[in-house]
Design a protein around this ligand. Structure first.
Ligand SMILES: Cc1cc2nc3c(=O)[nH]c(=O)nc-3n(C[C@H](O)[C@H](O)[C@H](O)COP(=O)(O)O)c2cc1C
Length: 189
């Protein structure tokens, strides 16, 4: 190793150490979260599902309107129906549970943003509890939203944002590293 590459290696180590020094369990959990699409058969306790929803309801909402509803799905027949009808939610067939996050567009024009914040909280809470989960899209696809509305008898004017199949991960998956410093701008583009 020549002097230049040694200097670069030392600088990289200092930089990594200083970034790592700022870490906290919450930050580590954010970096550890990943979409999980394969689950063991282990049931997810009702109290755990409710804790996930409580985390969802802790999210920020525009004007604090909280225009959301959460539907827990543990019925195997319903989960299989979702897997059959929603092309990008096939994993629901083998998920022990799922949560649908729905919003009321009459209460807030931010409903899908508020419900997205709640969904991310649920995904992060799931990660921290050793669960695996994945956001599958309903909104903005009319077809997907109508399927979920019909299967769960969701009343007007509520719209489902997403279906979150979840369970205990079947195998270990690593979170993707998405850090791209070139995407960061300061005091202007
Ligand atoms: C708005 C949104 C819609 C998504 N829809 C689906 C989906 O329908 N099916 C699916 O398997 N994953 C879906 N995902 C998960 C993404 O594929 C996943 O987040 C992305 O590949 C990055 O991987 P990561 O979550 O492991 O970081 C969705 C994620 C978001 C935020």
């Amino acid at each position: 190793m020549n002097f230049r590459s040694l200097t670069i290696a030392i600088l990289a180590l200092i930089l990594t150490t200083s970034v790592m020094a700022q870490t906290t369990p919450a930050i580590e959990n954010i970096f550890a979260r990943k979409s999980v699409r394969q689950y063991t058969e282990q049931k997810v306790e009702q109290a755990t599902l409710e804790l996930l929803i409580k985390a969802g309801m802790a999210a920020p909402t525009g004007m604090n309107k909280q225009p959301w509803e959460f539907i827990i799905v543990t019925d195997r027949a319903i989960l299989e129906k979702f897997a059959a009808l929603l092309p990008y939610a096939k994993m629901a067939a083998k998920a022990p549970a799922a949560i649908v996050v729905a919003g009321n567009p009459k209460v807030s024009e931010y409903w899908y943003l508020d419900c997205s914040a709640a969904t991310q909280n649920i995904l992060l809470a799931a990660e921290s509890l050793g669960l695996g989960a994945v956001w599958t899209a309903a909104y903005p696809y009319e077809k997907n939203m109508n399927i979920i509305k019909e299967v769960l008898s969701i009343p007007e004017p509520y719209l489902p944002l997403c279906l979150i199949p979840l369970g205990y991960p079947k195998s270990e998956t690593k979170a993707k590293d998405k850090w791209k410093p070139e995407k960061v701008h300061q005091n202007g583009w």
